[in-house]
Design a protein. Structure first.
Length: 277
């Protein structure tokens, strides 16, 4: 599932290749992905406008749009959510392709060689002949005008250590469950949580309120490092411990057995030697 690093790669794709291009047409016919909007509603709101900026908080992404017909007012915000396997694919005016989001698995690097037309759930067509598409085999992505951010906590890649400690370091809930709570901290998914806790040598079952200030400082440092490394290398699947999240695997740091179980309702892996409470 796309987590903060994948969504940041999708956001940077839009920022790099889709801004300041006039929208000539919109395919918003998928009334599940575009709910609650009816077909044509998003099109009517965006044709003639330009995307002017691309933003992200946690796993939620949105684009500012320009005013219409020189009125000077900003247009609606275009909200984009990648769901479980979404990817943004931008075709430039000269026919090139820029893409970011869920890791590609197609033979040509964009999944387009094996794509079905219905896997393109939402498309902006630009006046210069290029396009921006939401590619989503599983149809779990989402497009919405003026999305609300009220239920999201601060971004996990930007939060300071003091606020991180205040939001995550309280109560008796398992530490991993607190990291996954999007209202407390936006952007951490299952893989990034496991990588962060492994990097910090913390037991995922440990009550979040039991950590000391020094331990939370180290956990915050591990989260920032894991997030930045995942963005740099192409996604959370590139984390150091992710390849060991399988039966019979061993900790890549000390060689001890990896264990698995449910924590906070999510499948979790940890080192039996270095992550015991």
């Amino acid at each position: 599932m796309p987590e903060l690093p994948e969504v940041e790669l999708a956001r940077s794709t839009i920022a790099e290749a889709a801004l300041d291009r006039v929208v000539a047409d919109v395919d918003d016919a998928d009334d599940w992905v575009c709910r609650p909007h009816v077909p044509g509603e998003v099109r009517d709101a965006l044709v003639g406008r330009r995307l002017t900026a691309a933003h992200r908080r946690g796993k939620t992404m949105w684009c500012d749009t320009s005013g219409d017909d020189g009125r000077g007012e900003d247009g609606p915000r275009l909200g984009l959510h990648l769901g479980m396997s979404g990817r943004i694919i931008v075709r430039t005016g000269d026919g090139g392709t820029v893409h970011g989001g869920d890791p590609v698995r197609g033979v040509d690097g964009t999944d387009e060689a094996v794509a079905k037309p219905e896997w393109y759930r939402f498309t902006l067509v630009f006046e210069d002949g290029g396009s921006m598409r939401l590619f989503d085999k599983r149809r779990l992505g989402r497009v919405r005008l003026d999305p609300s951010l009220d239920d999201l906590g601060p971004d996990a890649g930007e939060i300071g250590v003091g606020e991180f400690r205040e939001r995550v370091g309280r109560g008796t809930a398992p530490l991993k469950a607190r990291l996954l709570d999007q209202s407390a901290l936006a952007g951490v998914g299952n893989l990034l949580a496991d990588e962060t806790l492994w990097q910090a040598r913390q037991d995922p079952h440990r009550p979040a309120g039991d950590l000391s200030d020094d331990e939370f400082t180290a956990l915050h440092r591990a989260l920032r490092a894991a997030t930045r490394a995942a963005i740099r290398h192409g996604g959370v699947h590139t984390g150091e411990v992710i390849g060991a999240r399988k039966k019979g695997q061993h900790c890549p740091r000390c060689g001890a057995d990896m264990a698995t179980g449910q924590v906070g309702g999510r499948t979790t892996w940890w080192c039996t030697a270095e992550q015991q409470g």
